[in-house]
Design a protein around this ligand. Structure first.
Ligand code: URA
Length: 236
């Protein structure tokens, strides 16, 4: 059982206050009844409508965060005394079993997917699924055609061979670039550039699958994904 304002915020991708307002405006019905308040509770079997349209209730939540620098993509920062992406979620979004689907380094920013759906996370992280992840990168020096070829051929990092990746310039000097990888090895992008004596100064994930980071999210902000956005990350 969950409170109506919480359910509506999640399903309509609005704030808890906005959810309370639409309930007050009489736009929400629970099992046909308009006699509801923000505190009313609904279960998965209940029929909830907004402006007459039934809401598809989801068992899991999917949150897009614009990860800021200085927080770790883990569920537990107690040991290291650091803040995690879960710690900085707004209180009303916090619930049991949330975890970040994939890793971004402490100093990496951008699109972090947070969910409690283990199967979905497994699916999008599996190297077999080849879900592309795109990053904007700032380098200390220009990259060369040799770097592009190495990325495209699948860079070798020690004994590991990466899947083919793409590297496109974002400025004329070739110190800013878009990199798309299809797996998530430890410090992968930094190591791929380091091999060519290039240092990554800034790294931001801007896209997962076909879904771009919502640039209206300031660093540290988060919002629920809509159903159609979820299928953009992982087409069926
Ligand atoms: N590659 C890296 O080196 N770091 C990240 O955070 C993500 C990809």
């Amino acid at each position: 059982m969950e409170r109506l304002d919480k359910i509506l915020a999640k399903e309509l991708n609005i704030s808890r206050n906005e959810a309370k307002a639409v309930i007050r405006q009489g736009r929400v019905r629970l099992n046909g009844s308009a006699d509801v308040s923000a505190e009313s509770k609904a279960d998965f079997g209940d029929v909830l409508t907004f402006d007459g349209k039934e809401l598809a209730r989801r068992d899991f939540v999917y949150i897009m965060m614009n990860k800021p620098k200085g927080v770790i993509s883990s569920t537990d920062g107690k040991r290291s005394g650091e803040k995690t992406v879960i710690d900085i979620l707004p209180e009303e979004m916090k619930r049991k079993n949330l975890f970040p689907a994939g890793r971004l380094d402490r100093d990496t920013t951008g699109f972090m997917l947070i969910t409690d759906d283990g199967a979905f996370a497994h699916d999008i992280l599996s190297p077999k699924k080849h879900i592309p992840k795109t990053y904007s990168v700032t380098l200390d020096r220009p990259f060369t055609d040799e770097t592009v070829r190495d990325f495209e051929n699948g860079a070798e990092l020690g004994k590991e061979k990466c899947l083919p990746a793409s590297l496109e310039p974002l400025n004329g000097e070739k110190t800013k670039a878009l990199v798309t990888i299809r797996q998530g090895k430890y410090h992968q992008i930094k190591r791929m550039f380091k091999k060519h004596s290039l240092e990554v100064l800034e790294l931001k994930r801007i896209k997962m699958g076909g879904l771009e980071l919502d640039e209206s999210l300031a660093p540290g902000e988060a919002r629920y994904l809509k159903e159609d956005e979820l299928s953009l990350i992982k087409p069926d």
